[in-house]
Design a protein around this ligand. Structure first.
Ligand code: ADP
Ligand code: MG
Ligand code: MG
Length: 210
């Protein structure tokens, strides 16, 4: 089944719910290697995005919905994650174009464009202990799932699984981007909060498609 504007709305609503439930945990992760506000930032941004989506016209396209989320995250999230996730959603809208529904191929292009947007904005490479370490394996897994003939829901489930593994894999890494990089070697042994929020958000995307 292809994904429509209702999927985007359900995704962001589910993402707001799960990030809200994990707000304290994300703050704690960020307190260990940053400034302790990542849960707060993402909770605020995603709740504002749910409100913004509710105000879209009934016939809004999926790309219009993704752009609305992007602009809301950029304007409501103060931290580094606001422009990064904002750019991700802005770029995610591009391959969707004017389409009313997102097929598997477009879905993988959407995820890839989101990841590439984060990389071009933040200049992090894989292994730098950032959200890129969740997004990159997610894109690779989504692409492999598409090639294996999976439908959009299964593509997203594969992406979410890989993002969770990518988040786990940030624990031993030494941060080379963002606030955590100020800690140098002392950042090792802690999970990156942005990689964890990415895993939650992609799991929400899969749940909304299933
Ligand atoms: P801030 O660090 O400004 O308080 P947040 O706490 O909301 O912002 O977000 C921190 C997260 O942002 C990090 O855990 C990391 O995943 C991500 N991040 C920070 N800098 C970069 C970057 N240059 N590229 C990719 N992701 C980054
Ligand atoms: Mg922070
Ligand atoms: Mg901050």
């Amino acid at each position: 089944m292809a994904l429509d504007t209702n999927w985007v709305t359900s995704w962001i609503s589910a993402a707001a719910t799960t990030v809200g439930e994990h707000k304290a945990e994300l703050n704690t992760l960020d307190r260990e290697i940053g400034d302790g506000d990542h849960g707060e930032n993402m909770d605020r941004g995603l709740r504002a995005s749910v409100d913004a989506l509710a105000k879209l016209p009934a016939d809004a396209t999926p790309s219009a919905a993704l752009r609305s989320v992007a602009m809301t995250l950029i304007s409501t999230v103060g931290g580094a994650s606001g422009p990064l996730y904002g750019t991700a959603f802005l770029k995610a809208a591009e391959p969707v174009g004017d389409a009313d529904a997102i097929d598997g191929e477009t879905l993988v292009a959407l995820l890839r464009a989101a990841r590439d947007g984060i990389v071009s904005r933040g200049k992090a490479e894989p292994g730098d202990k950032t959200m890129v370490d969740a997004w990159t394996p997610a894109v690779d897994a989504a692409s492999a799932a598409l090639a294996a003939g999976s439908d959009p829901a299964a593509i997203l489930a594969a992406a979410a699984d890989a993002a969770e593994q990518g988040s786990d894999a940030t624990i031993p890494l030494v941060a080379r981007k963002g606030r955590a990089s100020y800690l140098g070697q002392r950042s090792a042994g802690h999970r990156d909060p942005g990689a964890q929020s990415t895993a939650l958000i992609l799991r929400a995307a899969a749940g909304a498609a299933g």
